[in-house]
Design a protein around this ligand. Structure first.
Ligand code: GDP
Length: 449
Protein backbone atom coordinates (compact mmCIF):
# COMPACT_ATOMS: atom_id res chain seq x y z
CA UNK A 1 0.00 0.00 0.00
CA UNK A 2 1.41 3.38 -0.86
CA UNK A 3 1.92 6.18 1.59
CA UNK A 4 -0.84 8.78 1.66
CA UNK A 5 -0.20 12.50 1.57
CA UNK A 6 1.54 13.86 4.64
CA UNK A 7 -1.09 13.19 7.22
CA UNK A 8 -0.53 16.07 9.59
CA UNK A 9 0.33 19.63 8.68
CA UNK A 10 3.99 20.34 9.25
CA UNK A 11 5.22 23.59 10.72
CA UNK A 12 8.94 24.26 10.33
CA UNK A 13 10.88 26.30 12.85
CA UNK A 14 13.80 28.06 11.19
CA UNK A 15 16.38 30.50 12.45
CA UNK A 16 20.06 31.02 13.18
CA UNK A 17 21.79 28.98 15.88
CA UNK A 18 21.27 30.13 19.44
CA UNK A 19 18.16 32.17 18.82
CA UNK A 20 16.24 29.67 20.95
CA UNK A 21 14.68 27.40 18.33
CA UNK A 22 15.15 24.26 20.36
CA UNK A 23 13.84 25.89 23.50
CA UNK A 24 10.79 27.06 21.60
CA UNK A 25 10.35 23.65 20.00
CA UNK A 26 10.42 21.99 23.41
CA UNK A 27 8.04 24.53 24.79
CA UNK A 28 5.54 23.99 21.97
CA UNK A 29 5.70 20.22 21.83
CA UNK A 30 5.53 19.62 25.54
CA UNK A 31 3.09 22.21 26.66
CA UNK A 32 -0.24 21.09 27.97
CA UNK A 33 0.11 17.58 26.77
CA UNK A 34 2.00 14.99 28.72
CA UNK A 35 1.49 12.51 25.90
CA UNK A 36 3.61 14.40 23.49
CA UNK A 37 7.24 13.52 23.28
CA UNK A 38 9.71 15.04 20.96
CA UNK A 39 11.71 12.58 18.99
CA UNK A 40 15.26 12.11 20.09
CA UNK A 41 18.00 13.45 17.91
CA UNK A 42 20.90 15.79 18.10
CA UNK A 43 20.53 19.48 17.42
CA UNK A 44 22.13 18.85 14.03
CA UNK A 45 19.30 16.60 12.97
CA UNK A 46 15.92 17.83 12.17
CA UNK A 47 13.70 16.95 15.07
CA UNK A 48 10.01 16.27 14.80
CA UNK A 49 7.48 16.75 17.54
CA UNK A 50 3.75 16.55 17.77
CA UNK A 51 1.47 19.16 19.13
CA UNK A 52 -2.17 18.89 19.95
CA UNK A 53 -3.65 22.32 20.36
CA UNK A 54 -7.33 23.25 20.52
CA UNK A 55 -8.30 19.82 19.24
CA UNK A 56 -6.02 19.93 16.21
CA UNK A 57 -2.78 18.11 15.56
CA UNK A 58 0.37 19.48 14.05
CA UNK A 59 3.85 18.25 13.49
CA UNK A 60 6.55 20.71 14.30
CA UNK A 61 9.98 20.27 12.84
CA UNK A 62 13.03 21.93 14.31
CA UNK A 63 15.31 22.38 11.36
CA UNK A 64 18.36 22.40 13.58
CA UNK A 65 21.37 24.56 12.92
CA UNK A 66 21.12 26.86 9.99
CA UNK A 67 24.62 28.22 9.48
CA UNK A 68 25.53 31.62 10.83
CA UNK A 69 27.83 34.38 9.66
CA UNK A 70 30.88 33.05 11.46
CA UNK A 71 30.77 29.50 10.09
CA UNK A 72 28.93 30.10 6.85
CA UNK A 73 30.15 33.31 5.26
CA UNK A 74 28.38 32.68 1.95
CA UNK A 75 25.11 31.69 3.54
CA UNK A 76 25.13 28.28 1.85
CA UNK A 77 23.94 26.34 4.86
CA UNK A 78 21.31 28.94 5.56
CA UNK A 79 19.88 28.72 2.08
CA UNK A 80 19.92 24.93 2.11
CA UNK A 81 18.30 24.77 5.51
CA UNK A 82 15.54 27.17 4.58
CA UNK A 83 14.92 25.48 1.25
CA UNK A 84 14.58 22.17 3.01
CA UNK A 85 12.16 23.56 5.55
CA UNK A 86 10.10 25.16 2.80
CA UNK A 87 9.97 21.95 0.82
CA UNK A 88 8.25 19.98 3.51
CA UNK A 89 6.19 22.40 5.57
CA UNK A 90 2.81 24.08 5.32
CA UNK A 91 3.86 27.01 7.49
CA UNK A 92 7.08 28.45 8.85
CA UNK A 93 7.91 29.94 12.22
CA UNK A 94 10.96 32.14 11.78
CA UNK A 95 12.68 32.65 15.11
CA UNK A 96 14.95 35.63 15.66
CA UNK A 97 16.87 36.75 18.71
CA UNK A 98 15.32 39.77 20.39
CA UNK A 99 18.38 40.32 22.49
CA UNK A 100 20.72 40.79 19.55
CA UNK A 101 18.38 42.51 17.11
CA UNK A 102 18.21 41.50 13.42
CA UNK A 103 21.48 40.32 11.86
CA UNK A 104 22.64 39.94 8.28
CA UNK A 105 21.77 36.28 8.33
CA UNK A 106 18.26 37.12 9.50
CA UNK A 107 17.84 39.34 6.45
CA UNK A 108 19.08 36.49 4.21
CA UNK A 109 16.52 34.14 5.63
CA UNK A 110 13.80 36.78 5.48
CA UNK A 111 14.51 37.31 1.79
CA UNK A 112 13.96 33.64 1.07
CA UNK A 113 10.87 33.42 3.24
CA UNK A 114 9.21 36.39 1.58
CA UNK A 115 9.31 34.48 -1.71
CA UNK A 116 7.92 31.31 -0.18
CA UNK A 117 4.40 30.17 -0.92
CA UNK A 118 3.65 29.26 2.66
CA UNK A 119 2.75 31.69 5.43
CA UNK A 120 5.51 32.81 7.78
CA UNK A 121 5.28 33.89 11.39
CA UNK A 122 8.06 36.06 12.63
CA UNK A 123 8.78 35.23 16.19
CA UNK A 124 11.01 37.44 18.34
CA UNK A 125 12.40 35.25 21.10
CA UNK A 126 13.90 36.16 24.45
CA UNK A 127 11.03 38.62 24.75
CA UNK A 128 11.43 38.52 28.51
CA UNK A 129 14.60 40.60 28.29
CA UNK A 130 14.76 44.37 28.25
CA UNK A 131 16.96 44.31 25.16
CA UNK A 132 14.30 42.42 23.22
CA UNK A 133 11.73 45.03 24.13
CA UNK A 134 14.00 47.79 22.89
CA UNK A 135 14.95 45.94 19.70
CA UNK A 136 11.43 44.77 18.89
CA UNK A 137 10.51 47.46 16.34
CA UNK A 138 13.67 46.78 14.33
CA UNK A 139 12.30 43.41 13.27
CA UNK A 140 9.58 45.04 11.18
CA UNK A 141 12.42 45.82 8.78
CA UNK A 142 12.63 42.13 7.88
CA UNK A 143 9.51 42.70 5.82
CA UNK A 144 7.60 39.73 7.21
CA UNK A 145 4.79 41.64 8.82
CA UNK A 146 4.04 42.01 12.46
CA UNK A 147 6.53 40.22 14.71
CA UNK A 148 5.31 38.28 17.73
CA UNK A 149 7.17 38.47 20.97
CA UNK A 150 7.71 35.18 22.80
CA UNK A 151 9.83 33.83 25.57
CA UNK A 152 10.65 30.19 24.97
CA UNK A 153 12.31 30.12 28.34
CA UNK A 154 9.31 31.27 30.30
CA UNK A 155 6.65 30.07 27.89
CA UNK A 156 5.26 33.52 27.39
CA UNK A 157 3.47 33.93 24.07
CA UNK A 158 3.64 30.22 23.20
CA UNK A 159 -0.15 29.78 23.27
CA UNK A 160 -0.62 32.88 21.12
CA UNK A 161 1.97 31.54 18.74
CA UNK A 162 0.13 28.22 18.40
CA UNK A 163 -3.15 30.06 17.88
CA UNK A 164 -1.53 32.10 15.13
CA UNK A 165 -0.05 28.96 13.54
CA UNK A 166 -3.43 27.24 13.52
CA UNK A 167 -4.97 30.23 11.80
CA UNK A 168 -2.43 29.91 9.02
CA UNK A 169 -3.12 26.26 8.35
CA UNK A 170 -6.38 25.39 6.68
CA UNK A 171 -8.38 22.94 8.69
CA UNK A 172 -8.82 19.51 7.14
CA UNK A 173 -12.30 19.28 5.67
CA UNK A 174 -14.49 17.63 8.26
CA UNK A 175 -16.22 14.44 7.24
CA UNK A 176 -19.72 14.53 8.66
CA UNK A 177 -21.91 16.57 6.31
CA UNK A 178 -25.25 17.99 7.36
CA UNK A 179 -27.43 15.36 5.74
CA UNK A 180 -26.82 11.71 6.53
CA UNK A 181 -24.26 10.14 4.23
CA UNK A 182 -25.56 7.75 1.67
CA UNK A 183 -24.40 4.28 2.61
CA UNK A 184 -23.02 2.64 -0.52
CA UNK A 185 -23.32 -1.12 -0.64
CA UNK A 186 -21.80 -3.43 -3.25
CA UNK A 187 -23.20 -6.94 -3.53
CA UNK A 188 -20.60 -9.37 -4.79
CA UNK A 189 -20.15 -13.12 -5.09
CA UNK A 190 -19.95 -15.95 -7.54
CA UNK A 191 -22.66 -16.52 -10.16
CA UNK A 192 -25.89 -18.00 -8.89
CA UNK A 193 -25.27 -17.41 -5.20
CA UNK A 194 -28.28 -15.10 -5.21
CA UNK A 195 -26.95 -11.59 -5.72
CA UNK A 196 -29.79 -10.53 -8.00
CA UNK A 197 -32.36 -12.12 -5.75
CA UNK A 198 -31.00 -10.32 -2.70
CA UNK A 199 -30.91 -7.07 -4.62
CA UNK A 200 -34.53 -7.52 -5.53
CA UNK A 201 -35.42 -8.52 -1.99
CA UNK A 202 -33.79 -5.34 -0.71
CA UNK A 203 -35.46 -3.11 -3.25
CA UNK A 204 -38.76 -4.85 -2.72
CA UNK A 205 -38.83 -3.75 0.91
CA UNK A 206 -42.05 -1.94 1.58
CA UNK A 207 -40.58 1.41 2.44
CA UNK A 208 -37.85 1.45 -0.13
CA UNK A 209 -38.08 4.36 -2.53
CA UNK A 210 -36.07 3.22 -5.48
CA UNK A 211 -34.49 5.20 -8.27
CA UNK A 212 -31.74 4.65 -10.79
CA UNK A 213 -28.59 6.72 -10.55
CA UNK A 214 -25.96 6.67 -13.21
CA UNK A 215 -22.74 5.24 -11.80
CA UNK A 216 -19.40 6.76 -12.47
CA UNK A 217 -18.38 4.15 -14.98
CA UNK A 218 -19.95 4.08 -18.37
CA UNK A 219 -22.44 1.26 -18.08
CA UNK A 220 -22.80 1.04 -14.32
CA UNK A 221 -26.20 1.80 -12.89
CA UNK A 222 -26.54 2.38 -9.19
CA UNK A 223 -29.83 2.18 -7.39
CA UNK A 224 -30.61 4.56 -4.60
CA UNK A 225 -33.18 3.75 -2.00
CA UNK A 226 -34.29 4.82 1.39
CA UNK A 227 -33.97 2.43 4.28
CA UNK A 228 -36.04 3.67 7.19
CA UNK A 229 -34.94 7.25 6.58
CA UNK A 230 -31.35 6.31 5.82
CA UNK A 231 -30.37 7.09 2.24
CA UNK A 232 -28.60 4.14 0.67
CA UNK A 233 -27.14 3.16 -2.65
CA UNK A 234 -26.67 -0.23 -4.23
CA UNK A 235 -23.61 0.04 -6.40
CA UNK A 236 -23.76 -1.25 -9.97
CA UNK A 237 -27.12 -2.90 -10.20
CA UNK A 238 -27.05 -2.84 -14.00
CA UNK A 239 -28.50 -6.10 -15.16
CA UNK A 240 -29.04 -7.34 -11.66
CA UNK A 241 -32.49 -5.96 -11.09
CA UNK A 242 -33.64 -7.31 -14.41
CA UNK A 243 -32.07 -10.66 -13.71
CA UNK A 244 -33.45 -13.32 -15.98
CA UNK A 245 -34.58 -10.86 -18.59
CA UNK A 246 -31.21 -9.91 -19.93
CA UNK A 247 -28.21 -11.97 -20.67
CA UNK A 248 -26.48 -13.39 -17.63
CA UNK A 249 -23.17 -13.05 -19.35
CA UNK A 250 -19.69 -13.34 -18.09
CA UNK A 251 -19.44 -9.56 -18.09
CA UNK A 252 -21.91 -9.11 -15.29
CA UNK A 253 -19.90 -11.29 -12.99
CA UNK A 254 -16.51 -10.32 -14.18
CA UNK A 255 -13.92 -9.90 -11.51
CA UNK A 256 -13.03 -6.47 -12.78
CA UNK A 257 -16.56 -5.28 -12.63
CA UNK A 258 -16.97 -6.54 -9.09
CA UNK A 259 -13.76 -4.81 -8.09
CA UNK A 260 -14.95 -1.52 -9.49
CA UNK A 261 -18.16 -1.88 -7.53
CA UNK A 262 -16.16 -2.59 -4.37
CA UNK A 263 -14.04 0.48 -5.00
CA UNK A 264 -17.09 2.70 -5.00
CA UNK A 265 -18.70 1.21 -1.90
CA UNK A 266 -18.47 1.68 1.86
CA UNK A 267 -19.70 -1.76 2.74
CA UNK A 268 -19.44 -4.95 0.68
CA UNK A 269 -21.92 -7.81 0.95
CA UNK A 270 -19.97 -10.94 0.10
CA UNK A 271 -22.67 -13.45 -0.81
CA UNK A 272 -22.01 -17.16 -0.57
CA UNK A 273 -24.37 -20.06 -1.12
CA UNK A 274 -24.90 -22.21 1.95
CA UNK A 275 -24.83 -25.30 -0.27
CA UNK A 276 -21.30 -24.46 -1.28
CA UNK A 277 -19.93 -24.01 2.22
CA UNK A 278 -18.10 -27.30 1.96
CA UNK A 279 -16.60 -26.85 -1.45
CA UNK A 280 -13.64 -24.64 -2.20
CA UNK A 281 -14.79 -21.09 -2.60
CA UNK A 282 -13.19 -18.23 -4.33
CA UNK A 283 -12.32 -15.66 -1.69
CA UNK A 284 -10.63 -13.30 -4.11
CA UNK A 285 -13.22 -10.56 -4.03
CA UNK A 286 -13.45 -10.59 -0.23
CA UNK A 287 -9.67 -10.27 -0.11
CA UNK A 288 -9.89 -7.40 -2.53
CA UNK A 289 -12.50 -5.65 -0.37
CA UNK A 290 -10.32 -6.13 2.72
CA UNK A 291 -7.29 -4.72 0.97
CA UNK A 292 -9.38 -1.78 -0.17
CA UNK A 293 -10.20 -1.20 3.51
CA UNK A 294 -13.95 -1.58 3.11
CA UNK A 295 -16.61 -2.69 5.50
CA UNK A 296 -17.60 -6.31 4.87
CA UNK A 297 -20.60 -8.47 5.74
CA UNK A 298 -20.66 -12.13 4.73
CA UNK A 299 -24.10 -13.27 3.65
CA UNK A 300 -24.68 -17.02 3.76
CA UNK A 301 -27.59 -17.13 1.35
CA UNK A 302 -30.28 -19.69 0.48
CA UNK A 303 -30.48 -20.52 4.16
CA UNK A 304 -34.11 -21.57 3.58
CA UNK A 305 -32.67 -24.59 1.80
CA UNK A 306 -30.31 -25.55 4.63
CA UNK A 307 -30.69 -29.11 5.84
CA UNK A 308 -30.46 -28.03 9.43
CA UNK A 309 -31.56 -24.45 9.78
CA UNK A 310 -30.49 -24.44 13.43
CA UNK A 311 -26.88 -25.25 12.52
CA UNK A 312 -25.85 -21.64 12.20
CA UNK A 313 -22.89 -21.85 14.62
CA UNK A 314 -21.40 -24.77 12.68
CA UNK A 315 -21.89 -22.99 9.39
CA UNK A 316 -20.40 -19.79 10.82
CA UNK A 317 -17.34 -21.77 11.87
CA UNK A 318 -16.86 -23.01 8.33
CA UNK A 319 -17.15 -19.46 7.05
CA UNK A 320 -14.68 -18.20 9.63
CA UNK A 321 -12.16 -20.86 8.65
CA UNK A 322 -12.44 -19.91 5.02
CA UNK A 323 -12.40 -16.16 5.62
CA UNK A 324 -9.90 -16.06 8.43
CA UNK A 325 -8.20 -13.04 6.91
CA UNK A 326 -11.27 -10.98 7.84
CA UNK A 327 -12.16 -12.26 11.33
CA UNK A 328 -13.90 -8.96 12.01
CA UNK A 329 -16.50 -9.40 9.25
CA UNK A 330 -19.92 -10.38 10.62
CA UNK A 331 -21.73 -13.39 9.16
CA UNK A 332 -25.45 -13.19 8.43
CA UNK A 333 -27.76 -15.97 7.27
CA UNK A 334 -30.11 -14.86 4.55
CA UNK A 335 -32.80 -16.06 2.24
CA UNK A 336 -33.71 -13.96 -0.74
CA UNK A 337 -36.87 -16.08 -1.00
CA UNK A 338 -38.27 -15.61 2.50
CA UNK A 339 -36.49 -12.33 3.16
CA UNK A 340 -34.80 -13.74 6.24
CA UNK A 341 -31.71 -11.78 7.27
CA UNK A 342 -32.01 -9.16 4.55
CA UNK A 343 -33.15 -6.48 6.98
CA UNK A 344 -30.37 -7.42 9.40
CA UNK A 345 -27.77 -7.15 6.67
CA UNK A 346 -28.93 -3.65 5.77
CA UNK A 347 -28.95 -2.58 9.41
CA UNK A 348 -25.42 -3.88 9.74
CA UNK A 349 -24.36 -1.95 6.66
CA UNK A 350 -25.69 1.27 8.17
CA UNK A 351 -23.99 0.51 11.48
CA UNK A 352 -20.69 -0.32 9.83
CA UNK A 353 -20.73 2.85 7.77
CA UNK A 354 -21.19 4.81 11.02
CA UNK A 355 -18.35 2.92 12.64
CA UNK A 356 -16.15 3.73 9.67
CA UNK A 357 -16.76 7.43 10.14
CA UNK A 358 -15.99 7.38 13.83
CA UNK A 359 -13.13 9.54 15.03
CA UNK A 360 -11.29 8.52 18.16
CA UNK A 361 -10.09 11.33 20.40
CA UNK A 362 -6.34 11.67 20.26
CA UNK A 363 -5.89 11.66 24.03
CA UNK A 364 -8.08 8.57 24.41
CA UNK A 365 -6.28 6.82 21.57
CA UNK A 366 -2.89 7.44 23.15
CA UNK A 367 -4.07 6.40 26.58
CA UNK A 368 -5.40 3.08 25.29
CA UNK A 369 -2.35 2.27 23.16
CA UNK A 370 0.17 3.18 25.83
CA UNK A 371 -1.69 1.12 28.39
CA UNK A 372 -1.91 -1.88 26.07
CA UNK A 373 1.79 -1.65 25.28
CA UNK A 374 2.64 -1.41 28.97
CA UNK A 375 0.63 -4.55 29.69
CA UNK A 376 1.83 -6.47 26.69
CA UNK A 377 5.25 -5.19 25.74
CA UNK A 378 6.62 -5.44 22.21
CA UNK A 379 9.19 -8.12 21.45
CA UNK A 380 12.87 -7.23 21.29
CA UNK A 381 14.17 -7.28 17.75
CA UNK A 382 17.92 -7.04 17.23
CA UNK A 383 18.34 -5.72 20.79
CA UNK A 384 15.83 -2.97 20.18
CA UNK A 385 12.26 -2.51 21.26
CA UNK A 386 9.46 -0.71 19.54
CA UNK A 387 8.60 2.55 21.27
CA UNK A 388 5.44 4.50 20.60
CA UNK A 389 5.72 8.26 20.79
CA UNK A 390 2.33 9.37 19.68
CA UNK A 391 -0.72 8.13 17.84
CA UNK A 392 -3.38 9.96 15.93
CA UNK A 393 -6.34 9.20 13.71
CA UNK A 394 -6.08 11.60 10.81
CA UNK A 395 -8.72 9.97 8.63
CA UNK A 396 -12.05 8.19 8.74
CA UNK A 397 -13.73 5.84 6.28
CA UNK A 398 -11.57 3.83 6.49
CA UNK A 399 -10.49 4.58 10.02
CA UNK A 400 -6.79 5.33 9.67
CA UNK A 401 -4.36 5.44 12.54
CA UNK A 402 -0.84 6.76 12.37
CA UNK A 403 1.56 5.63 15.05
CA UNK A 404 4.77 7.58 15.36
CA UNK A 405 7.39 5.17 16.61
CA UNK A 406 11.14 4.99 17.06
CA UNK A 407 11.55 2.57 14.16
CA UNK A 408 8.83 0.97 12.03
CA UNK A 409 11.16 -1.96 11.31
CA UNK A 410 10.64 -3.02 14.92
CA UNK A 411 6.94 -3.68 14.34
CA UNK A 412 6.63 -7.41 14.27
CA UNK A 413 3.71 -8.75 12.26
CA UNK A 414 2.06 -10.34 15.28
CA UNK A 415 2.55 -7.19 17.32
CA UNK A 416 0.94 -5.16 14.59
CA UNK A 417 -1.99 -7.55 14.81
CA UNK A 418 -2.05 -7.05 18.56
CA UNK A 419 -2.16 -3.27 18.23
CA UNK A 420 -4.87 -3.48 15.59
CA UNK A 421 -6.93 -5.74 17.84
CA UNK A 422 -6.40 -3.33 20.70
CA UNK A 423 -7.90 -0.57 18.59
CA UNK A 424 -10.76 -2.79 17.48
CA UNK A 425 -11.69 -4.03 20.91
CA UNK A 426 -11.40 -0.67 22.65
CA UNK A 427 -13.13 1.42 20.04
CA UNK A 428 -15.51 -1.14 18.62
CA UNK A 429 -14.59 -1.09 14.96
CA UNK A 430 -16.89 -3.93 14.06
CA UNK A 431 -17.24 -4.97 10.47
CA UNK A 432 -14.68 -2.74 8.86
CA UNK A 433 -11.06 -2.84 7.86
CA UNK A 434 -8.91 -0.31 9.66
CA UNK A 435 -5.53 0.99 8.61
CA UNK A 436 -2.62 1.22 10.97
CA UNK A 437 0.39 3.07 9.64
CA UNK A 438 3.72 3.22 11.41
CA UNK A 439 5.94 6.22 10.94
CA UNK A 440 9.52 6.58 12.06
CA UNK A 441 11.43 9.70 12.87
CA UNK A 442 13.08 9.88 9.48
CA UNK A 443 9.69 10.87 8.22
CA UNK A 444 8.64 9.92 4.76
CA UNK A 445 11.40 7.46 4.07
CA UNK A 446 9.73 4.29 5.30
CA UNK A 447 6.87 2.59 3.70
CA UNK A 448 3.98 2.33 6.11
CA UNK A 449 3.46 -1.27 7.01
P1 GDP B 1 -26.74 -14.27 -8.92
O1 GDP B 1 -26.15 -14.87 -10.13
O2 GDP B 1 -25.78 -14.29 -7.79
O3 GDP B 1 -27.34 -12.95 -9.11
O4 GDP B 1 -27.89 -15.28 -8.44
P2 GDP B 1 -29.47 -15.16 -8.66
O5 GDP B 1 -30.02 -14.12 -7.75
O6 GDP B 1 -29.76 -15.05 -10.10
O7 GDP B 1 -29.95 -16.54 -8.07
C1 GDP B 1 -29.55 -17.78 -8.64
C2 GDP B 1 -30.63 -18.80 -8.36
O8 GDP B 1 -30.76 -19.04 -6.96
C3 GDP B 1 -32.01 -18.35 -8.80
O9 GDP B 1 -32.70 -19.47 -9.31
C4 GDP B 1 -32.67 -17.86 -7.53
O10 GDP B 1 -34.08 -17.97 -7.55
C5 GDP B 1 -32.07 -18.77 -6.50
N1 GDP B 1 -31.96 -18.14 -5.17
C6 GDP B 1 -31.33 -16.97 -4.89
N2 GDP B 1 -31.39 -16.73 -3.56
C7 GDP B 1 -32.09 -17.74 -3.00
C8 GDP B 1 -32.48 -18.05 -1.66
O11 GDP B 1 -32.17 -17.34 -0.69
N3 GDP B 1 -33.17 -19.18 -1.45
C9 GDP B 1 -33.52 -20.01 -2.49
N4 GDP B 1 -34.20 -21.07 -2.20
N5 GDP B 1 -33.16 -19.75 -3.74
C10 GDP B 1 -32.45 -18.63 -4.01
Amino acid sequence: MTSPEPLLPIVAIVGRPNVGKSALFNRLTRRNNALVEDLPGTTRDRIYGLVEWRGRNLRIVDTGGLGDEATDPFGTLIREGVAHALAESQAVVFVVDGQSGPTGADYEVADMLRKARQPVLLCVNKGDTGAAERNFVEFYALGLGEPMSVSALHGRGAGDLLDAVLELIPEAPEEPPVEPERVRVAIVGRPNVGKSSITNAILGEKRAIVSDVPGTTRDAIDTSFDFGGQPMLLVDTAGIRRAGRIERGVERHSVQRAERAVDRSDVVFVVIDQQELLVAQDTHIAGYAATANKGIVILVNKWDLAEDRAAKPEAAQKVDAKYKFIPWAPVIFTSAVTGEGVQDALELAVHISEVRRRRVQTSELNRVLHRAMAEHGPPTIRHKKLKLYFATQPEVAPPTFVLFVNDPALVHFSYERFLENTLRSNFDFEGTAIRVIFRGRAEGTEEPS
